[in-house]
Design a protein. Structure first.
Length: 419
């Protein structure tokens, strides 16, 4: 049984047990919650303790890998530029669509209120800072204090400055520090793997308390969350088709046929890397030379997370809306940048790992609580299918655009096949 399946089963079992407890033994709710809540909180704290070192090491190693790939040649440089632009656009789309979707289909009020009451460890909703204070806080006066207080925005600013300065350092110093942060990243991934291994216990405890205090409305709220976030990912997926058709000048029917095998692998494996062979074959069927697809697609799999910025930002906006937090336009603009950067740093991570490490900084930027992510990660299995489907579709669509820029004129010819 996969890890995601075990976590999802624990969530459902915990919610059902909590609902049954409230219905059949209401007097036992508080005593049981007094035991289950600390267990869930301890697991959530264990998850959160990995975030700061993981985000810092991921950003530094991600920027180093991106810079190295961009220096590999003109095609690689074009790929990096296009992928970065696509990820930024993805975040902008989410910043516009998610509030729209929540206006058209609001969060069920009763369910949202029950869940807010059930998540006792969230704490009070912070007051949105004034614009001047917000801008001033983006530059940390003490980076250690910023890390200790999980001030992700200022921490990311420092990390970016450090990473870009590192790229200008002497090769020996650069290699040493990149190896150091690579080791930190790998060790933290081992730690978070241990924490996620016991996730069914933590999620089950959290879900038990939520089910007992929120009742069956918790299911309705979680379903609404899944549909809203997945809808944002679906828009990014659909957008890949006109990008391939107009930017790559590929007939619509041909692109639709060529992408189906890659999409089937993406849905079944939830892995962009696992879909790479099918994507290479699909690119070949559309006339892209191996010399082109063999460069662009591996870089896309490693760097391009087309749905990542959009769906990660959508999760953070959903949580902020859930807790009644207003998001000023300036704060939303900064969150778009943070969503793009954290997705760039989340390369090749499992869905459950990238969910926490990528969304926590965005939520913190919006002033939204991080605690609900410990519950939402349990239902990430279904949105993760949409994430992978959109990523694979956009990987192949951008490959068509890059191949056209490269001058591969045979693209789109029905009778062309290159080996």
């Amino acid at each position: 049984m996969s890890q995601a399946t075990r976590i999802l089963i624990a969530l459902v079992a915990g919610l059902l047990a909590g609902i049954a407890l409230a219905a059949w033994a209401p007097g036992a709710v508080d005593p049981v919650a007094s035991v289950a809540s600390p267990i869930g909180t301890a697991w959530l704290n264990a998850l959160q303790m990995t975030i700061v070192p993981l985000v810092v090491s991921l950003l530094i190693t991600g920027i180093a890998a991106t810079a190295e790939a961009a220096q590999a040649g003109k095609l690689a440089g074009r790929s990096i530029a296009l992928y970065t632009a696509m990820m930024a656009t993805s975040a902008v789309v989410a910043s516009l669509l998610t509030p729209l979707f929540l206006d058209l289909a609001p969060i069920p009020a009763a369910s949202a209120a029950s869940l807010r009451a059930a998540l006792t460890d969230v704490g009070p909703v912070p007051t949105p800072p004034r614009l001047g204070d917000f801008i001033a806080a983006t530059v940390p006066s003490n980076v250690v204090k910023a890390a200790a207080e999980s001030s992700f925005l200022s921490l990311i600013v420092f990390t970016l400055v450090f990473a870009f300065a590192l790229m200008r350092a002497a090769p020996a110093a650069r290699d040493l520090l990149v190896r150091f942060f690579t080791a930190v990243r790998d060790v933290m991934l081992i730690v978070i793997g241990w924490v996620l291994w016991i996730a069914p216990v933590g999620v089950g405890a959290l879900a038990l308390v939520v089910g007992a205090r929120a009742g069956s409305g918790a299911f309705g709220a979680l379903i609404h969350y899944i549909l809203t976030v997945s809808a944002v990912g679906a828009v990014i997926t659909v957008a890949a088709y006109p990008i391939a058709i107009l930017g790559g000048r590929v007939p619509a029917s041909r692109f639709a046929r060529a992408i189906v095998p890659s999409q089937a692998v993406a849905v079944s494996t939830q892995s962009s890397l696992g879909s790479l062979p099918a994507m290479l074959e699909g690119a070949r069927d559309m006339g892209v030379p191996v010399a082109t697809a063999g460069v662009t697609l591996p870089i896309a799999v490693a760097i391009l997370r087309a749905t990542g910025p959009a769906m990660n930002l959508a999760v953070a906006i959903y949580v902020a809306t859930w807790f009644g937090i207003a998001i000023p336009p300036a704060v939303m603009a900064v969150a778009v940048v943070v969503a793009t950067l954290t997705s760039l740093g989340s390369v090749s991570l499992p869905g459950t790992v990238s969910f926490i490490s990528a969304i926590s900084p965005i939520a913190a930027t919006l002033g939204a609580p991080v605690a609900p992510l410990g519950l939402l990660v349990a239902v990430e299995t279904l949105p993760d299918i949409m994430r992978t489907l959109g990523n694979v579709t956009m990987d192949l669509a951008t490959t068509m655009v890059l191949a056209r820029w490269q001058g591969d004129e045979e693209i789109g010819d029905e009778d062309t096949a290159t080996g």
